[in-house]
Design a protein around this ligand. Structure first.
Ligand code: MTE
Ligand code: MO
Length: 196
């Protein structure tokens, strides 16, 4: 088990970011409910500024080298949950297989509910940015993004797309779903980057 709960030291003195309160619950926040998925047709696509575009079935994706991490989770609406265990594939592991081109600067994540969110490539190339399908030792519940979601413990959680089914490497930044609607594009919890 890799414990990454100390990553806050990079950003501040306190594990609990300013303006957050700790909860042991795991609330569900979805813009439009839980989308359906079909295991037979589901595919995860890697597109854009890569040497070769690629797609994975769910089985192929979960066969990639994976690990379990203990992380914290910070929601922009003010709650934080400590010590959550997620199992999955790190972003750098996926990127290495994708053959990311030198001109790639940003990454757009796509969710089955037509969600999008964008992060600079440098903010994705961190071991704790995880594509996960297991939460606390069990299958990730559908309402929390199953079959596959992203978690971004160094950012507010809206930077982690639930129901993720693709990433696109971009040469220019673009705004995601919430970022177009007034949430911060940088989303650093220790700077309280909540709104833009
Ligand atoms: N695809 C998708 N991803 C999403 C969202 C969403 O509505 N759709 N909501 C975001 C927000 S605002 C938060 S706080 C977290 C919530 O994750 P949870 O429901 O597992 O707590 O997912 C983020 N990722
Ligand atoms: Mo959120």
């Amino acid at each position: 088990m890799k414990d990454v709960t100390d990553l806050y030291r990079e950003f501040g003195d306190e594990r609990l970011p300013p303006g957050q309160r700790e909860t042991s619950k795991f609330p569900v926040l979805s813009k439009s409910g839980t989308p359906d998925w079909d295991p037979d047709t589901w595919e995860f696509t890697v597109t854009g500024a890569v040497e070769e575009e690629h797609s994975y079935s769910f089985e192929e994706f979960t066969d990639l080298p994976s690990e379990t991490q203990r992380q914290d989770f910070h929601c922009v609406t003010g709650w934080s949950k400590f010590d959550v265990e997620f199992h999955g594939v790190t972003f750098p592991t996926l990127a290495e297989r994708a053959g990311v081109r030198d001109d790639a600067e940003h990454v757009m994540f796509y969710g089955l509910d037509d969600y999008t969110t964008d992060l600079p490539l440098s903010e994705c190339m961190r071991e704790e940015v995880l594509f996960t399908w297991e939460y606390d030792g069990d299958t990730l519940p559908r309402e929390h993004g199953g079959p596959l979601r992203v978690v971004t413990p160094h950012k507010y959680a809206y930077k982690g797309s639930k129901w993720v089914h693709g990433v696109e490497f971009l040469t220019e930044p673009e705004l995601g779903y919430w970022e177009r609607r007034g949430y911060s594009d940088t989303a650093n919890p220790w700077e309280e980057d909540r709104y833009s």
